[in-house]
Design a binder for this molecule. Structure first.
Ligand code: ADP
Ligand code: MG
Ligand code: MG
Length: 248
């Protein structure tokens, strides 16, 4: 699904990713943990093609295609979904318009017919229900005046509608109370399937009690310095990161 080889990337001429390699197979859930400033969010931005994030060297194969040969929109249309740590507000554009446009673009890329508005609304209502979000949120501006928990649930709703192949969740747990955390985790778990993969970036082991990862990686100093199973997350929770070689 995703194969990252020796990726080096910089932001404003500062080297952030320094030879990062990671393989994510179909259906797998990978957790990425690591100290603040390690480059976790940078990895998500580089993969999604956010402007300002420069690839210096290395390669990324996404579902058999050269990811860096694709424009940002193409990556999303090919099934890459990045849920942002700080979701943007888009005042004046309703959530529904935004979602419909995104779903239309993804379906077009898959050579599927566009959904008529009745079918779209049916799916959107179901997705709202699944994440415990009132359907009124569809009419509001994208993320406009949403609380932290509402933004996260709104992202999850987008993810459900877009049916991506690879979902990258960047600190989806920060700022969530335990109820919202469980709703998010249940939504992610419901979306787990043999052909959909997840990269879950988190500071805390807590989220991984609810979203059980197949693999846990430590990102430190711009590289993956340790990989293991879910027990690694527990070890990190008790020992921190300083004991790891190469951890900043
Ligand atoms: P993490 O998500 O692991 O906490 P980040 O990827 O956000 O780390 O940041 C890694 C490093 O890159 C930090 O030193 C941060 O200051 C820097 N960085 C990230 N984005 C930018 C940016 N847009 N401009 C300048 N520096 C940035
Ligand atoms: Mg951070
Ligand atoms: Mg971050």
């Amino acid at each position: 699904m995703l194969s990252i080889k020796e990726l080096r990337a910089s932001v404003e001429d500062k080297d952030i990713l320094q030879g990062l390699s990671l393989d994510v197979g179909p259906g797998e859930v990978h957790a990425i943990m690591g100290p603040n400033g390690a480059g976790k969010s940078t990895l998500g931005h580089v993969l999604s093609g956010r402007p300002g994030y420069e690839v210096v060297s290395g390669s990324v194969d996404f579902d058999g295609r050269d990811l860096f040969a694709m424009e940002t929109e193409e990556r999303a249309q090919a099934g890459l979904f990045l849920a942002f740590q700080y979701p943007v507000e888009i005042p004046g554009v309703s959530n529904m318009e935004f979602l419909k446009a995104s779903v239309d673009a993804v379906r077009e890329a898959k050579s599927l017919e566009a959904l008529d508005s009745v079918s779209f609304m049916k799916r959107a209502r179901e997705a709202c229900k699944a994440v415990n979000l009132s359907v009124d949120f569809l009419k509001r501006g994208v993320n406009e005046g949403f609380s932290g928990g509402e933004k996260k649930r709104n992202e999850l709703m987008q993810m459900m509608l877009l049916e991506p192949k690879l979902c990258i969740l960047d600190e989806t747990d920060s700022g969530l109370d335990i109820d919202a955390l469980q709703v998010v985790a249940a939504g992610v778990n419901a979306m787990r399937s043999a052909d959909r993969s997840f990269i879950v970036v988190t500071h805390y082991q807590r989220l991984l009690d609810y979203i059980e990862p197949d693999f846990v990686h430590v990102l430190a100093g711009g590289r993956i310095v340790r990989s293991g199973g879910k027990e690694l997350a527990l070890e990190l929770e008790s020992k921190g990161y300083a004991w790891l070689d190469g951890a900043a």
